[in-house]
Design a protein around this ligand. Structure first.
Ligand code: MG
Length: 385
């Protein structure tokens, strides 16, 4: 697949780029053993089932930017007879919408292979908590759609019906349902003071279940993109952490520093560089995500929700329920987020692969050594090289 010359040329390209930016431990990189063709073959042979995160893996972390070569990689995995299952923490979309999005991006997935936090939350409320009455939703239409599919009664989706006020008497006159069994908080573009007030009031009743679709995701930049990936990508290299060392011992931060690009100063430099770029970008906007809404209600209620999304193993429990034939030793999770995806894989006891097309980069691993991935790939597309 790749000759040693090509691999060395690729490594040098990364080294030169990193050197120019003053962020890499060059001597350490030179010690890294990379056999791209063998590594890819072993990676593919080792697993029957590939669980994928979506944002930052199948398309950009902004939810819309295509990643070159992904449809070819998915097609190749399907031709090899691999089982592909999508496990996303995105509560802004339903399984139906995701399925349509897959088609738009050039690949297909059956509905039973798609697991989102809205769908799993609805299943959790119905099948685990045995909710039969009303659920108050602080969520958008996609999550409501999932509850509707299961025939679960729900209220609250959309703009709140009462007038915003800080007058205590008017607040006491706001409309409340007296038979709410559960509150579910996810991404809600109609999120408001009134919704916090009502959700917090409902879950102040200890008999009312308090569930969140996901909570790790708190905000992200939208607008013109900053290509962090240029620092470590462009060479088509597969970094392999786990084929051998995971079986022997956890990968320590010192091992990471010695073998894979980074050291503490590199992280500091990268952080400073990114901040300076963000500060000069006037057209970038900070988008609040689900964690903001979940935490707002939790703080007001003085109560923590049960969180369904990654890294909780609840998502995986429902994957296993639908796919009871999974062999965990031959299953790998491919994601872009150490705290969500790699932590999820660690929680459920399967191998993991970090792709560098989303949230986290190689330099971030040393700060999250508990979630060190088994493998690191520049992009999922690299497996089709
Ligand atoms: Mg992601």
């Amino acid at each position: 697949m790749f000759s040693e010359t090509v691999i060395r040329r690729c490594m040098n390209a990364v080294l030169n780029c990193s050197q120019r930016r003053g962020i890499a431990n060059v001597e350490a990189i030179k010690t890294t053993p990379i056999r791209c063709a063998n590594s890819v073959h072993r990676f593919l042979d080792r697993y029957d089932t590939f669980l994928f995160d979506c944002d930052g893996v199948l398309w950009g972390n902004d939810h819309v930017t295509p990643i070159d070569g992904i449809s070819s990689a998915i097609s190749m995995l399907q031709k090899l007879g691999k089982k592909l299952i999508d496990v996303t923490n995105n509560s802004t979309t339903s399984r139906l919408a995701l399925q349509k999005k897959f088609t738009k991006y050039g690949f297909e997935s059956p509905m039973e292979n798609i697991f989102g936090p809205g769908y799993v939350s609805a299943k959790y409320l119905k099948e685990v908590l045995k909710v039969t009455g009303k659920t108050y939703l602080v969520c958008g239409d996609p999550v409501k759609w999932e509850l509707d599919q299961l025939g679960m009664e729900n209220v609250g989706c959309g703009s709140d019906v009462d007038k915003p006020t800080n007058d205590i008497h008017e607040l006491l006159d706001h409309s409340f349902h007296d038979d709410i069994e559960a509150v579910l908080v996810g991404f809600d573009e109609h999120f408001s003071f009134n919704k916090i007030y009502k959700a917090a009031s409902y879950v102040s009743n200890p008999h009312c279940h308090f569930v969140a679709t996901n909570s790790l995701e708190r905000g992200m930049f939208i607008g013109s993109a900053i290509d962090r990936s240029i620092i470590y990508t462009g060479a088509g290299i597969l970094y392999v952490f786990g084929f051998w060392n995971r079986r022997l011992a956890p990968v320590s931060s010192s091992v990471m520093a010695d073998s894979h690009v980074t050291d503490n100063m590199a992280a500091v430099n990268l952080s400073i560089m990114e901040r300076s770029i963000y500060n000069t970008e006037t057209n970038r906007r900070r988008l609040p995500l689900t964690g903001v809404m979940v935490n707002s209600v939790a703080i007001a209620a003085n109560r923590e929700p049960f969180v369904v999304g990654k890294p909780s193993r609840t998502m995986f429990d429902f994957v296993l329920k639908a796919h009871s034939d999974l062999n965990l030793k031959r299953t790998v999770f491919v994601g872009d987020n150490l705290k969500a995806d790699m932590a999820f894989a660690r929680t459920v006891g399967i191998d993991s692969a970090l792709v560098l097309t989303g949230v986290h980069k190689v330099v971030d691993i040393q700060h999250h050594t508990d979630f060190t991935p088994t493998y690191v790939l520049n992009s999922l597309a690299d497996i089709a090289c």
